[in-house]
Write a protein that binds this ligand. Sequence first.
Ligand SMILES: NC(=O)c1ccc[n+]([C@@H]2O[C@H](COP(=O)([O-])OP(=O)(O)OC[C@H]3O[C@@H](n4cnc5c(N)ncnc54)[C@H](O)[C@@H]3O)[C@@H](O)[C@H]2O)c1
Length: 456
Amino acid sequence: MKTILCIGAGYVGGPTMAVIAKQCPDCRVVVVDINAERISQWQSETLPIYEPGLTEIVHDVVNKNLFFSTEIGENIEKADIIFVSVNTPTKTFGEGAGRAADLQYWEKTARQILTHSKSDKIVVEKSTLPVRTAQAMERILNNGGNGVHFEVLSNPEFLAEGTAIRDLLHPDRILIGGHDTETGRNAVQSLVDIYAHWIPRERILTTNLWSSELSKLVANAFLAQRISSINSVSAICEATEADVTEVSAAIGSDSRIGNKFIHASVGFGGSCFQKDILNLVYLCEHYGLTEIADYWHQVVLMNHYQKRRFVNRMIKTMFNTVVDKRIAIFGFAFKANTGDTRESPAIAICKQLLEERAHLIVSDPKAIDNARRELGDVADGTVDYEVDPYVAAADAHAIAIVTEWQQYQSLDYERIYKAMVKPAFIFDGRNILDHKALHAIGFNVYPLGKPELAHL
Ligand SMILES: NC(=O)c1ccc[n+]([C@@H]2O[C@H](COP(=O)([O-])OP(=O)(O)OC[C@H]3O[C@@H](n4cnc5c(N)ncnc54)[C@H](O)[C@@H]3O)[C@@H](O)[C@H]2O)c1
């Protein structure tokens, strides 16, 4: 029986290993983390992350062939294949601060692997990393003088939070990068054999190491670029009375463009897009490719602009002041179906409104605790937290839809309208509501990238 170890029990490590354990009953899968609280949550009824379908899968395999542990050294020693899925945030200090990847967790993991390995290992980069990290990893591991051979592979993860289980069960592709040497090819084959338990062989792509590492950064850069592109168009729409949804449908029906990721919004969020683009930008700068760095950096700048633009429109619409006005924020998670708030557009939107001294009532079905943590250090203005959207909107001057939770579409807006201060405003930052129906109730409706429907 093969023993697979994953170091890092986060949004990627936990779900990915649960699916591998489920699909490969002939493998023993262990997930370790330095965070003991996270490990005990994985072993409990309440998992540390919310992801549709995850609880059921974990329940099926936990303590059968999936195990969570804080015993890192002992499990490294026993493992044949070690996935490394630790966090690789943007560096906040020193050279490259604000752009480069902070590889401290990564390097500590490499050294732990070296210390505890007594037999040859395959080490798999699951985290998203700068190109050529595998080389640094190999230099640390293979110069340890302990006679152990380490083969490093790149196997980036493409799952999206909110649909992680579906993405893991039915991925568009699996990407595996390795060296074109005998040991490299054997290692790639071992990893292919694991995924081949449930993924058709033609969907498992094998490349050289650097293409694989780079492809993950480029995939996220392209996805985010589409969002920033359509968001830039939403600003033109608001200025010209064009409708961004109509423009999206018109361009998206061109098969060369396609209709995915061209939905205008308050901006992209999540722990990856911004971090990975900045990582790409830093890499370009490192190689002296200034024009390329500037080109991709603009995707991030456009995203910041979109969030500011949304708030500026709110302020302008509400008679140029929001001081002491109650504003209900519907949704704080960076997208629907997750409780994750990392880099959520809600953070910048709330902070800007609080600087304007608004009184916010933040509502979200899954992300209230994370929202409280994200806004904990904000000094100006006031924030209350309320899961129930009806309570959040009572006595409010405005509602801002920031996350596209489906339940916001089926609320009783007549009831909400009656309880609000008049004139009542709705700013739909995700374009998920029935704007005409809201207007008929009496709301002044401001969709994103579309003509307003106002009574004023
Ligand atoms: N979140 C996503 O949707 C997503 C998707 C694709 C790729 N990725 C990439 O996957 C990686 C992990 O992302 P995540 O969202 O799961 O991060 P996360 O912060 O949720 O999880 C990382 C975990 O690693 C643990 N860790 C850090 N150092 C450790 C060490 N030395 N030993 C043991 N455990 C250690 C942390 O305690 C944490 O629990 C990142 O590189 C990210 O860019 C994330």
